[in-house]
Design a binder for this molecule. Structure first.
Ligand code: UD1
Length: 338
């Protein structure tokens, strides 16, 4: 299959591009490199022995997208490109709506012009908000509590509307829980710019000596050890979920939503301990106040993805910590050193 991957140089995008190439698919990555590096794709090529085509462009750039579709003629699109920091989204909401919602409109219009009818979209478990208790099934009520989350929720609704209007369209919405880990080679991984917002990259930088200690946001949640619990899914398992969704969509039209998680909650302190074991050290941390907007617990009901896609997560948090530590140790400054 010929797959156009927006945001394919980023963290989840690069792991998925690798999996697509390994499975024999042809890939064109469209990425503006605003939060990613071409080096990730050079390493994907080194790992797979195959090269993804690349266009440096923002997905909102209708002309660039038009010529990419005209020359590559994709059978399907996987749409990762977008901005993803919750805190930042409250500061620059218009940027989030423009980049995340606007880009999707341009992409869908271009797909329609080029008879491309299949799209897999990177959504987030953030759409479950605080509306119900975990484990979340795909039918749980959705909403969002910040601009970033609202962009994901809006794009889901746009995709559902477009699928309802066009019976040729095949849409797979993937609601990721908490992606962590790196490819087991240690050659590709997560390379956040600036201070990491997410737990694992922050812990990895503490282990590497780049940061003094982890701030644990709250130990008074109604969870077994008082720290927040999340469903941490290995990025390689997550990448495999995209291939399973594409496979499903070759046989089914319409609009489909799947959770991609492990179905198991782990606390912040469990992750800190697992990382300490992987790194062979104690991770220094300090308990501080809760982070505004955080929920106590979030984890998936993964039965639909298992039943419909034949997909499930295989890797553990310990695997992800070992892989992240390998990536971080070999690339202390991410891709920047090369
Ligand atoms: C966050 C976003 C979510 C988004 C996801 C994308 C928030 C509130 N939520 O999810 O909308 O879809 O990233 O990756 O930003 N923690 C610490 N110390 C830290 C960092 C995190 O204790 O320095 C804790 C958090 O309180 C939480 C857990 O670690 O309990 C996971 O946090 P994080 O990695 O930021 O993910 P989410 O908040 O679940």
């Amino acid at each position: 299959m010929r797959v156009l991957v927006t945001g394919g140089a980023g963290y989840i995008g690069s792991h998925t591009t690798l999996a697509l190439l390994e499975q024999g698919h042809d890939v064109l990555v469209v990425d503006d490199l605003s939060n990613s590096s071409r080096e990730s794709l050079a390493r994907v090529a080194e790992l797979t022995g195959r090269t993804a085509d690349f266009v440096e462009a923002n997905v909102r750039d209708a002309n660039a997208l038009e010529s990419a579709f005209a020359s590559f003629r994709p059978d399907a699109v996987i749409h990762f490109a977008g901005w993803k920091a919750v805190g930042e989204s409250t500061q620059v909401p218009l940027t989030y709506y423009r980049e995340n919602v606007g880009s999707t409109l341009t992409l869908l219009e271009t797909m329609a012009r080029h008879d491309c009818h299949t799209i897999v979209f990177s959504s987030s478990a953030t759409v479950y908000g605080e509306l119900s208790e975990p484990p979340f099934t795909e039918d749980a009520p959705t909403g969002a509590t910040n601009p970033y989350g609202r962009t994901k929720h809006m794009v889901e609704q746009i995709l559902a509307d477009v699928a309802a209007a066009d019976d040729q369209l095949r849409v797979g919405v993937l609601r990721y829980f908490n992606p962590i880990g790196a490819h087991e080679s240690g050659r590709i991984g997560e390379d956040p710019k600036g201070i990491p917002n997410n737990l694992l990259p922050f812990v990895a930088q503490v282990a590497a000596g780049r940061r003094e200690k982890l701030m644990v946001f709250g130990d008074d949640y109604p969870t077994p050890d008082g720290t927040g619990t999340r469903d941490y899914i290995h990025v390689v398992d997550l990448a495999a979920g995209h291939l399973a969704a594409l496979d499903f969509l070759t046989e089914h039209d319409g609009y489909h939503v799947w959770n991609l998680g492990t179905g198991r909650p782990n606390s912040v302190l469990e992750v800190v301990n697992a990382f300490g074991e992987a790194a062979g050290m104690e991770i220094p941390y300090q308990i501080v106040a809760r982070r505004p907007g955080d929920v106590a617990s979030s984890y998936a009901d993964v039965s639909r993805a298992h039943a419909e896609l034949g997909w499930q997560a295989h890797k553990s948090v310990a695997d992800a910590c070992a892989d992240t530590f390998r990536w971080q140790s070999a690339n202390p400054n991410g891709y920047a050193q090369d």
